[in-house]
Ligand binder design. Structure first.
Ligand code: FAD
Ligand code: NAP
Length: 446
């Protein structure tokens, strides 16, 4: 089996296949990064070390000896989908949704306006983002979007250096954020407070650490909002947000302002740099399938800011040769079996965000991966994965290297891991990430 993508959905799938007693699988976990575990390393915020401990369960998959990591191999660049289809019994794409959705507003290309995912990749040490710069010289930053990524970024922008220095944040980001002058982050939700996508623990992580305020009149609640489901995220969020709205103006040095029912209509600039945003007040209306949507009214205001980030969700990226649904930005599939051109879809499956879209926490991908594993096992047992041309492990590696890939294998990753944790231990940190591709390859002995 080739699993392309070693994030949670690929790693959970590998674990499930290796556990299967009715069939015996050997798995290659292929990733374009030199390091495994996808957004567990590259997305989860550095101040959330407990969440990253899921990686220990994934390491056990590599310990099994029947699953090898092949890092530094990008499908579509270093190897073609058709090659993988030939060399392996089956291929599963677990490639996530790495691209940011854009606001599509005038001024979005001004210096100082970034997709939040660039900031995330930068502070988490993705080698491709280490040279990015973020203007942290102003007092106020604005984040568009009301999901957990928006709250992660708000927290990371405001956490004082002593709360970051003991984490695995990339050194370059620690240095830059230590000198940041940002003291206020405004988070913009286009719909009402009760429609916010963030979860209550993430909201409380803000209210417990910073001065959080919101304009009282923006707490207006949609009359159809159901307050009778105590376990519902929105009900729990509203309990916290009512407290925020009642609170007196904050004297805290580091502040977060939660705004609702507002959307940017233009990013304002001066000399090519962001100077603020024009916001429209929104009203809610019922769209298709009775969905509650926001639309701008004529009421507008200007908000000064030197840094703007959009955290409004993600898109999947097509892999050359693999069917792709442009509209939904996913690999088209029926419950995990790829659909579309029959030749390209043969013995090809999907798991995780690229299967169902960019939402859900790490654990959500476990069920999703298990569903896909069930199909793979069914097809394997039915003999539907047998075909001519399957290569053994050494021959696959040889072909990949002939194609120019500089592979970081399981041993290489273990060497990187050891080097990072050793360097981190000297400073009381869980790890000190290597963020330069050549340094990673050197540490891996690749
Ligand atoms: C910023 C951020 C923070 C998050 N924080 C949390 C959190 O604190 N707690 C939580 O439970 N959930 C969190 N999540 C959600 C969680 O990370 C996702 O649910 C999960 O990572 C999705 O798993 P995945 O395997 O589908 O994708 P990913 O984790 O994105 O993994 C995809 C993998 O595929 C590889 N890949 C992509 N294309 C190719 C290719 N062509 N060739 C080879 N390899 C390729 C990538 O390098 C990557 O390793 C967060 C998400 C984001 C964006
Ligand atoms: N700590 C954690 O557990 C953690 C951390 C980070 C991420 N995650 C998970 O990862 C997944 C992805 O998170 P996410 O924050 O990227 O996505 P998300 O939860 O889907 O939130 C996206 C937000 O962007 C808003 N939005 C979309 N288009 C917009 C536009 N044009 N203008 C203004 N706002 C717009 C959405 O508003 P509407 O609702 O109006 O569409 C929504 O509030 C989620 O499941 C999240 O829970 C978890």
């Amino acid at each position: 089996m080739a699993i392309v993508g070693s994030g949670p959905s690929g790693a959970f799938l590998a674990a499930r296949l290796l556990d299967e007693e009715a069939a015996s699988f050997d798995v290659d976990l292929i990733d374009r990064q030199a390091t495994p575990w996808g957004l567990v390393r590259g997305g989860v915020a550095p101040d959330h070390p407990r969440i990253k401990t899921v990686a220990r369960r994934f390491e056990a998959v590599l310990d099994s000896g029947r699953c090898r990591f092949l890092g530094g191999v990008e499908v579509g660049r270093d190897v073609e989908h058709a090659d993988l289809q030939r060399w392996y019994h089956a291929v599963v794409y677990a490639t996530g949704c790495p691209d940011a959705r854009s606001l599509g507003l005038p001024g979005e290309n001004l210096a100082g306006c970034h997709p939040a995912t660039d900031f995330v990749s930068w502070y988490n040490g993705d080698p491709a983002f280490r040279d990015r710069t973020f203007d942290l010289s102003g007092d106020r930053a604005v984040i568009v979007g009301n999901g957990n990524v928006a709250l992660d970024c708000a927290r990371m922008l405001l956490l004082p250096p002593d709360e970051l220095s003991g984490t695995d944040i990339a050194d370059h980001a620690l240095e830059a954020l230590s000198e940041s002058r940002i003291r206020e982050v405004v988070v913009l939700g286009r719909r009402g407070a009760e429609h916010a996508a963030f979860t209550t623990p993430e909201l409380k992580a803000l209210t417990s650490r910073f001065g959080v305020t919101m304009p009282r009149d923006e707490l207006a609640i949609d009359p159809s909002f159901n307050t009778t489901q105590p376990g519902h995220r929105a009900v729990r969020n509203m309990k916290v947000l009512r407290g925020v709205a009642r609170a007196a103006p904050t004297e805290a040095e580091r502040r977060i302002v939660l705004r609702f029912l507002v959307s940017p209509v233009e990013i304002l600039g001066e000399d090519g740099r962001v100077r603020g945003l024009r916001l429209a007040r929104n009203e809610l209306h019922r769209g298709k399938h009775r969905a509650i949507l926001a639309r701008p009214t004529d009421a507008t205001e200007e908000l000064d800011a030197s840094l703007v980030m959009s955290a409004i969700g993600f898109r999947g990226r097509p892999v050359p040769g693999v069917p792709f649904d442009e509209r939904r930005s996913l690999i088209p599939n029926m419950a995990g079996r790829v659909t579309g051109d029959p030749e390209a879809a043969a013995r090809t499956y999907v798991s995780g965000w690229i299967k169902r879209g960019p939402s859900g926490v790490i654990g959500t991908n476990k069920l999703c991966a298990y569903d896909t594993a069930t199909l793979v096992i069914e097809d394997a047992l039915a003999g539907q994965l047998d075909h001519e041309g399957v290569l053994d492990a050494d021959a696959v590696r040889e072909r990949l290297e002939q194609g120019g890939a500089r592979i970081v294998d399981t041993g290489g990753w273990r060497a990187i891991d050891a080097a990072e944790t050793r360097a981190g231990a000297d400073e009381g940190r869980p790890r000190r990430k290597l963020t330069d591709r050549d340094e990673l390859l050197a540490a891996a002995g690749a």
